[in-house]
Design a binder for this molecule. Structure first.
Ligand SMILES: NC(=O)c1ccc[n+]([C@@H]2O[C@H](COP(=O)([O-])OP(=O)(O)OC[C@H]3O[C@@H](n4cnc5c(N)ncnc54)[C@H](OP(=O)(O)O)[C@@H]3O)[C@@H](O)[C@H]2O)c1
Length: 198
């Protein structure tokens, strides 16, 4: 399974770091081209390769971790996705005010899915601050919980398996609508740092 990350800021680089720490190969892209990511790839080591966004989007699983107002530009011209998995790590907020963006009643993942025709969208890796995500997932005698949600059971299973392989406890909330529970800032589960005891 090929993994890529579009967006190399706080969340994108944290996901890359977690993958590298677990010995998993991935590629990472931003808007400025692979050369601009040399410092990051030098830090993260040989598992993480900088590529263009057009290369990144060919992976089987593509994390999208881009500021909300820049997602349309980031996903423009990258389709069709032909069933590949898009992991939506994003929150529909204005930065730096963190005011919720008016989505006209849609979930944030529905808004992302509209920009990625043919993608199987799984919402995950979005409910914790980057620094908490980066911390050891084994905490207080349990495994840190990462929520996921989305309409495609197979895609969710793939992401759930990856979450577990990274040492976290996956908790499937259900479909697109249930994803509202982790929609920042109003979702009741957002920023909740939970551990699961097996
Ligand atoms: N920060 C957190 O703790 C946190 C927690 C949970 C969820 N999130 C969500 O994760 C997403 C990313 O947040 P962040 O904090 O990681 O933002 P960030 O640090 O500002 O990083 C954003 C990244 O997106 C890239 N980008 C922007 N436009 C692009 C384009 N057209 N094509 C490809 N890449 C592009 C930027 O690269 P360039 O340098 O090329 O512009 C940058 O690497 C947001 O939706 C946010 O709501 C953040």
């Amino acid at each position: 399974m090929n993994i890529a990350i579009i967006g190399a800021g706080a969340i994108g680089s944290t996901i890359a770091r977690i993958l590298a720490r677990n010995g998993i190969q991935a590629s990472i892209a931003n808007s400025r081209g692979p050369q601009s990511l040399t410092a990051l790839t030098n830090e993260l080591g040989p598992h993480i390769k900088a590529v263009s966004a057009k290369e990144a989007v060919q992976a089987d699983v593509v994390f999208v971790a881009v500021n909300w107002d820049r997602i349309p530009a980031a996903l423009k011209d990258l389709g069709p996705w032909n069933g590949r998995i898009l992991v939506d790590t994003n929150n529909a907020v204005e930065v730096p005010s963190f005011k919720a963006v008016n989505l006209g009643g849609r979930t944030s993942s529905e808004a992302v899915a509209e920009l990625a025709p043919g993608a199987r969208v799984v919402k995950a890796f979005n409910h914790l601050p980057a620094a908490v995500l980066d911390a050891d997932p084994q905490a207080n005698g349990g495994r840190r919980v990462l929520f996921l949600s989305g309409p495609d059971a197979d895609a969710k299973q793939t992401v759930s398996d990856l979450i577990a392989r990274l040492g976290f406890a996956p908790v499937d909330l259900g479909g697109v609508n249930e994803g509202r529970a982790v929609q920042f800032p109003e979702g009741p589960l957002t920023i909740l740092n939970l551990v699961k005891f097996d």
